[in-house]
Design a protein. Structure first.
Length: 250
């Protein structure tokens, strides 16, 4: 059973006697699982993204991005997202820093909507309020919202399937989002996933794809590495990270 958890913590929560970490990173698909009552979880990552720009490339670095999760009641967790960013442009042989500092803080929750013993499907709602707290060049300058319906399925031994459907609001404009993650166990500790995801807004569809590896070094500690690229737009990113689950005292 532990073998399945190596990748199920990406998209599918599994009920076991012993608690094993279940994370929302590194894929874009948020898990349908909520952290256990009384526990705290820190998910931290470092990423670098390249996009084409006028006369060169724009590079965005998260140094780092953090998700803090805590649950005080069954099926309900509180969440805070905090990120330090550096955006630079390389063009015509020059490197210019466009923005550097803190991005807008996100505060929200994940609520378990459907979880039943014996069922192969689980559903949760995730919602974040985006506060205009970021530094110049990194803030939306107005309140926003992130909304996702998180659905996961047990599709058989050594495989898992999860997907999100969402709608975000920022600066008075709406963007539909989607993500579909497929996970595969390699052994008791190592797993992989691959995932198409994208955004649709303002008459434009940005389609992307990513894949990654996860390593479970203990029941409460996970490492990850991932790579993504744009399918119909010029973008690629690399990311590494870790996640740590702190359980309540017995």
């Amino acid at each position: 059973m532990r073998k399945l958890l190596v990748f199920f913590f990406l998209v599918v929560p599994v009920g076991l006697g012993a608690q094993v970490i279940n994370t929302d990173r590194p894929d874009q698909t948020e898990s349908s699982a909520v952290v256990p009552i009384g526990s705290f979880q820190w998910e931290c990552g470092f990423s670098s993204t390249w996009q084409s720009g006028f006369g060169g490339n724009i590079r965005s670095m998260a140094l780092p991005n953090s998700l803090f999760r805590v649950s005080i009641t069954e099926g309900f967790e509180l969440r805070v997202v905090h990120q330090l960013d550096r955006i630079s442009q390389h063009s015509f042989g020059n490197d210019d820093v466009l923005a550097e500092g803190t991005s807008d803080v996100q505060i929200g929750t994940k609520i378990q909507l459907f979880q039943k013993e014996g069922s192969k499907t689980e559903i949760a709602y995730l919602g974040h309020a985006v506060a205009p707290t970021g530094d110049g060049g990194l803030t939306g300058s107005d309140w926003g919202m992130v909304n996702k319906l998180c659905i996961s399925h047990d599709v058989g031994p050594d495989w898992a399937l999860g997907y999100n459907l969402g709608y975000d609001l920022a600066n008075g404009m709406g963007t539909a989002t989607y993500a579909l993650a497929v996970g595969k166990a390699i052994n008791d500790r190592l797993g992989l996933y691959f995932e198409p995801y994208g955004e649709i807004g303002g008459g434009t569809h940005w389609a992307s794809f990513d894949a990654g590896l996860t390593l479970l070094t203990s029941d409460t500690w996970q490492w990850d590495i991932s790579y993504g690229t744009g399918l119909n737009h010029s973008m690629n990113y690399t990311a590494v990270g870790f996640s740590w689950l702190v359980l309540p005292n017995p």
